[in-house]
Each structure stands twice: as C-alpha cells, then as structure tokens.
Design a protein around this ligand. Sequence first.
Ligand code: SAM
Length: 377
Amino acid sequence: MTRPTKAPDTSLRVGDRFPIQVESIAHGGHAIGHHAGRTIFVRHAIPGERVEVVVTAVNRKIVRADAVAVIDASEDRVAPPCPWTGPGGCGGCDFQHVSLARQRDLKREVLVSSLQRFAGLDDAAIGKLGIRVEELPGHPDGRGWMTRVRWSRDDAGVVGLRRHRSHEVIAVDHCVLAEPSIDSPEAVVSPSTLRRVFDRTWEIPASDFWQVHEGLPEALVGTVMEMAQPRAGEHWWDLYSGAGLFAAFIGTAVGLDGRVDAVEASPSAVSIARSALSDLPQVVVHEADTAAWILGADHEAPDGVILDPPRAGVGEQLMATLTSAEIPRLVYVACDPVALARDLAVARAAGYRLTALRSFDAFPMTHHLETVALLSR
Ligand SMILES: C[S@@+](CC[C@H](N)C(=O)[O-])C[C@H]1O[C@@H](n2cnc3c(N)ncnc32)[C@H](O)[C@@H]1O
C-alpha cells in the first residue's frame, strides 16, 4: 500500500463527496482508501473497488465515509438480501454487498494482519497455522442463523433496529439474519429456549448469553476438545464460563477423578450452569470476577485452561499473571481478533507457542468472526 506523503488535508468535512480507490480491509468492517493525505475508513465498499464516498465523520485521527455509488465494482459485489442495509441504514450488517466466500477472505485478512501487527507473528508462523475462516454448517446463504435480535422501540413508537453508530431506531420489519422464530418485531420471544449441544441441553433465558450462531456451540466445543485433549483425572479451569458450555464437556472427559473450576461473573449464567451441569459433581462453578478469583487464592496450576472472554479480551495484566503460572495448555476462544492478538503477544512473551488456530464464520454478513487458539508451553 502506498502511504500518502503530503501533509494531511484538515479541510475535509462531513458531507464532502469524492471518488476514491479502496485498497484494503480493516478491522470493524471498513475498507481503507486515501484522499487528500488522510486515511479514509469506508463502509459498503470492497477492496479493489473505485467508489464515490460521502464523509460521515471526521476527527483528528480518523475520517469515516460511506460508499454511495460504485464506479468500478468488484466481481465479488452482490445484491444485498436486505433492503435496510447500506448507507444510512441498519447498523447490524457490514458485508451484505459482498459474496459469502469473499466475506470469509476479508475476515481472514483481518485475522492474519491482527496476528502480524499485534501478536508479532511472522509469515512463516502464519503459514504453518494454515489459517482460513470456516463456514459453519446449516446456513449456506448466510441467513437465518442468529439466535437473538435486539428489536427496539423508540419514544415515538418506531419499532425496528438501530442505525449504524446511532441509537436512532429505524423501522425494520424483518431481519434476514435471525432465526425464523425471532426474525420480526412481532415475534413472541419466549422467556427461555432449550439449546441442545451434542448430548446435552441448556435452558437459556432470553436475557442471558448464548453463542449467537445456531451452529457455533457444537463447532466451538468440537474445536476446544480437539485442542485441549483433556484426560481422565486432569484439573482444568474454564474462565468466563457462561452457562458452562465448555465445562460440561471438559468435565465429562476428566471424569469423577478430575475437576473443572468454572468461573463466571454473571449470577444468572452461574445459576444456569449449576442447574445444567448438576450431573457433573467434578465441575465446580464459581460466581466471581476472573481476576479476583485467580488472585484471591493460592491455586495449584491446572493441567489446562479454557478462556472465552468478552470482546475486550483478557487484558495484559491478567494474561501476564495467567501465563506466569506453569500451565501446559491454554485454549483461547475469541470473538475479537485484535484483542486475541494482543493477549497472544503477552503469552508468547511468557514462553507460550501458538500451536493451532481455527476460525469460524460465526457471523455471516457482518465483519465478526470467532477464533480458537491453542497455546502450549
Ligand atoms: C463470550 S461469553 C462466553 C461464555 C461461555 N464460554 C459460552 O461459550 O457460552 C463471556 C462470558 O464472560 C462473562 N464475564 C465477563 N466479564 C467477566 C469477568 N470479569 N469475570 C468473569 N466472567 C466474566 C460474561 O458474563 C459471559 O458469560
């Protein structure tokens, strides 16, 4: 990518309109282009395209813009399946204008560049991991996979979904990403839903966390078990354990002679986990903040740890504490590639190697992806 050399043009204003060549993809669903010495973060474009943009936000560091007309279209451009996506529309999707195969390629590019920039992996290390973003089974058109939707109603009674980077509700009467039972605002959202994963069942209230793609829990459990390889009698920690998805299967594998400490801050998730895993006395669910639990007692190092933090990641301090203990295997489940890469940098500095990585297209039509990484000593 050629870097602009002349002094940045500070005169760009919201509403300015100009053509731009879009060069690459950035985290967050934006394509990158340059204009008047500034880097422009463009929504609704595809790297390689020439588009006409309108500036939507300007500050000292960043200029945002929407592609409002396509001058030279990518061969991967498709007609969006939803009429509410696009400039000024619903903020839920970033990639409806991109073919599903290219969506996955774009996500792979973001993951690889995050690992290079923030975790310090070189091309050889990236090559060995054989990174690709895998399609999940069940929804080949990228629709109907979402297990929850936040339908909103504003003070004026408008019912729908929120505009991009705004609290404004726009009238939307159907979401193409949602499971059919919840794809319109009139849908009666049942207070709780039974979720089956292999041979186990959870009853999840509408207000509690559950992996958002219908097919993701089984893909994640399969991958976590393949990477963790828990054996009978071992001791594992499942940190940020939610309803105990991983603790259930790790607990079954370690058996009655083993132990799993599951740590979760949300009281309701803890109570769901305790009820769903009541047949596994070797799993102990702790209602606690992860850092407070780790620092609050002199724990013996476990045989392995599963980590599935929220979007912000584990964070440098806690990651440093965790990786200073003699724990042979860490399996890190991540919904944000940059947060993952930052945490991996801490683990690598502490002597861990990134020995396996799989990534899933768990959020088709959006820029999001889910990644599982194995760190070994
Ligand atoms: C991405 S979810 C993962 C849940 C679970 N592993 C699953 O797959 O269903 C992250 C979980 O971390 C919990 N959490 C967030 N911050 C936490 C903290 N500081 N300590 C413990 N749990 C936390 C949230 O309540 C949520 O259940």
